[in-house]
Design a protein around this ligand. Structure first.
Ligand SMILES: CC(C)(COP(=O)(O)OP(=O)(O)OC[C@H]1O[C@@H](n2cnc3c(N)ncnc32)[C@H](O)[C@@H]1OP(=O)(O)O)[C@@H](O)C(=O)NCCC(=O)NCCS
Length: 153
């Protein structure tokens, strides 16, 4: 069997339907609408990166930056169920790290549900630390953990 070709690139408008499908399968109550996906992928000032395996979208990360902030926000991260366990989320977070460096930011931060043990494990492995709790942040009433990581120069 040939090795799969894995690439990380910016999303385009043409990716919107596939991104929306991946999104819907990864998040339930908290998922973006089709319009939000389109907006984030095409029009927002953030960057929407997709990871493809043999040209199929396996996962994505959305990064949001504010001009006056020293921190870059990892707004959303997802890998489709059939592509999990292949270090794709790790590679997408490494892309975020690289972006943060290129933008001259000194921190990466994110919010994650207190119940999302898999994701918390991933972020800890990548050097994120718990820096705060946002009470009742999600629609189901659960708390968000605020996690941050220093970006190397
Ligand atoms: C969380 C998610 C992005 C992980 O994607 P993935 O590509 O399977 O993760 P990786 O293969 O890159 O994992 C790298 C490391 O993170 C940790 N990890 C990832 N998923 C884990 C899980 N479910 N349970 C425990 N540890 C996990 C492990 O340490 C893993 O290393 P290992 O394979 O050597 O054990 C994916 O499960 C997902 O999309 N979930 C639904 C959406 C979501 O929760 N997104 C995060 C919102 S904040």
């Amino acid at each position: 069997m040939e090795t799969a070709k894995v690439m990380i690139r910016l999303a385009t408008k043409a990716d919107t339907p596939e991104l929306y499908r991946v999104e819907q399968r990864c998040f339930d109550a908290e998922s973006f609408s089709r319009r939000q996906v389109n907006y984030l992928a095409v029009q927002s000032s953030g960057s929407f990166w997709v990871l493809t395996e043999d040209e199929k979208i396996a996962g994505f990360i959305v990064l949001l930056q504010r001009a006056n902030s020293r921190a870059l926000r990892a707004y959303s991260l997802a890998v489709a169920p059939e592509f999990r366990g292949k270090k794709y989320a790790q590679q997408l977070m490494q892309k975020a790290d690289q972006q943060a460096q290129e933008l001259g930011k000194d921190r990466l931060y994110l919010e994650v549900s207190e119940h999302n043990h898999g994701a918390i494990q991933l972020y800890r492995k990548l050097g994120f630390e718990l820096t705060g709790i946002r009470p009742r942040y999600y629609r189901d009433g659960s708390n968000a953990c605020l996690m941050e990581k220093k970006v190397e120069d």
